[in-house]
Design a protein around this ligand. Structure first.
Ligand SMILES: Nc1ncnc2c1ncn2[C@@H]1O[C@H](COP(=O)(O)OP(=O)(O)OP(=O)(O)O)[C@@H](O)[C@H]1O
Length: 511
């Protein structure tokens, strides 16, 4: 009997002439937490999709418990004991948590019984979930919990996780590590894709590193540094963004005065009396635990929701509370939503057409007398791909064929290419590798240094401290006062994230 649970042996996967995986061999033992590392587009998702039966190898074999196996589809993978939490969730928005999970489970379970099991597993593993909640009303972090709980209900022998902590708070991530270590101690193998090298070092026993589809190293990450892992991935040293010194804000670009907006559905969070001012040349970041009103704030600022909004919003001196996203784009604002596939980009459209979607309202020649300038759209797509190193397997591919990190680079680059006066971006570097994250953060800093205002909504405190001039925290729909970064530390932000606005200000006043 083989020591290994799953082996990928000399696997090659081609899309047309392009080899997304090139002669990859990787072996997983029971109870092992194994990292799969590589920069955006290195081929990590492609490899794990083959292990999960969502893609078939062009060449090579998979072995399960020592025997060759053909994993024809995800149902076959699940029946072997392989569970997977994807980067892009495959949930039905109009259905509840329980209904979504029921669809993925074999056989017919009673809904009540299933809800009780979901509640029990989510409690046991510290992954809070309301079984009756509608998926449409849940944040990305909450949606991910559904996927994790769904896998755990099937008691997998191998759990594949594609960047699980990218959408979690530090506390949620710590809780997840407890869960994963426990699963590993029970004999479950975990294949763990992450761009966060520090967490890989503390969590994983072994790491396989891919570069441009090939295995370049298999190492013990505990004996490596984050820098040495990054060097393996990229082949050169990775640049680190310099921390911002703190800019002097110019004239106000975005002003929110006493803005309230009803919750987006029964499980959303209403915005309550939010005031914020961002000046030219300034980066203001909003920290907070997912689901505390971030998406409502994004909708209010972008104009995606105007009904029910009270208070005033001005953009570059123009009152715009009642105006939609098109009018706001025409005033020089650009928006990057949290969900890149579906919201930020239409999956079936090529990149050039995705350029048109956010540019047609802006007077830059993209649309003249009702006619779209496809050549210009193609030029912009090419320019963005070049500037942000968006790696694609063909010229002008559909958005859905891009790796998650490459699509994120494209969606951000598309908006930066316009040099907007105001950029609002929700989770700018979610799923983006260390090198590309540095490029994106630097681009946000450069935009602000050119005189634009930048509003960043992020759960990544390292990112926030690296780039923001001022930081505010959103909690239960209320926004704390945005304070200069130099006056804050992680503990203060953590208190505010937990909803201690008043306590924190009393403490400050008392001390
Ligand atoms: N269905 C597809 N058709 C064509 N090319 C594809 C397809 N799926 C993936 N690719 C290409 O294969 C390469 C590897 O993509 P993959 O998603 O495996 O990368 P990744 O390492 O998971 O990246 P990320 O960290 O950004 O998620 C990319 O260049 C991508 O554009």
């Amino acid at each position: 009997m083989s020591d290994f649970l799953l082996e990928a042996v000399h696997i090659t996967k081609k899309f047309g002439d392009f080899a997304a995986n090139d002669d990859v061999t990787l072996r997983l033992r029971p109870g092992e937490i194994h990292a799969l590392l590589g920069e955006n587009g290195a081929g990590k998702s492609t490899l794990v999709k083959m292990m999960y039966g969502a893609l078939q190898p062009t060449e090579g074999e998979l072995h399960w418990r020592g025997k060759p196996v053909r994993i024809a589809n995800p149902a076959a993978a699940r029946s072997l004991g392989i569970g997977m939490v994807f980067q892009h969730f495959s949930l039905f928005e109009a259905l509840s948590v329980t209904e979504n999970i029921a669809l993925a489970l074999p056989g017919k379970a009673g809904m009540q019984e299933l809800s009780a099991r979901i509640a029990a597993v989510s409690r046991e593993y510290g992954l809070p979930l309301e079984p009756g909640a509608l998926v449409a009303d849940l944040s990305v972090g909450q949606r991910q919990r559904i996927e994790i709980v769904r896998c755990l209900l099937q008691e997998p022998a191998l759990l594949i996780m594609d960047e699980p902590t990218a959408v979690l708070t530090p506390q949620e991530a710590d809780q997840l590590f407890v869960t994963l270590r426990r699963l590993a101690s029970e004999g479950c193998a975990i294949l763990y894709i992450s761009h966060r090298l520090e967490e890989v070092k503390t969590l994983c026993h072994e790491a396989t590193i891919l570069r441009r589809g090939k295995v370049v190293a298999t190492v013990d990450p505990r004996r490596e540094t984050a820098a040495s892992l990054a060097r393996h991935m990229v082949g050169v040293d990775v640049a680190v963004v310099s921390t911002r010194a703190g800019a002097v804000a110019g004239e106000p670009i975005l002003t929110l005065d006493h803005v309230s907006l009803p919750a987006d559905g029964p499980f959303g969070t209403a915005l309550r009396d939010v005031s914020l001012r961002i000046g030219a040349g300034e980066i203001v970041a909003i920290a907070g635990v997912a689901g505390n009103g971030q998406s409502e704030l994004f909708d209010a600022v972008s104009g995606e929701r105007v009904d029910g909004l009270t208070g005033s919003i001005t953009l570059a001196g123009q009152v715009c509370a009642g105006r939609g996203i098109k009018a706001r784009r025409a005033l020089g604002a650009a928006f990057v939503p949290e969900e890149r596939l579906g919201h930020g980009a239409v999956p079936d459209f090529p990149l050039s057409q995705n350029v048109i979607l956010t540019r047609f309202a802006v007077d830059d020649g993209m649309v003249r007398r009702g006619l779209v300038n496809l050549g210009l759209a193609g030029d912009v797509a090419g320019r963005v791909a070049g500037a942000f190193d968006v790696r694609t397997s063909s010229n002008d591919p559909e958005a859905r064929s891009l790796s998650g990190g490459n699509l994120q680079k494209f969606v951000i680059g598309r908006e930066l290419d316009r040099k907007p006066r105001l950029l609002v971006v929700n989770q700018p570097t979610w799923g983006v590798d260390a090198g590309a994250a540095a490029v994106i953060r630097q681009a946000l800093i450069d935009l602000a240094e050119g005189g634009s205002a930048v509003l960043v909504i992020s759960q990544d405190l390292d990112e926030i401290f690296a780039i923001a001039d001022r930081i505010a925290v959103i909690s239960r729909g209320e926004l704390s006062e945005a304070k200069p970064t130099a006056t804050l530390d992680r503990e203060a932000i953590g208190l505010l994230m937990a909803g201690a606005h008043e306590t924190a200000s009393h403490d400050k006043a008392a001390s």
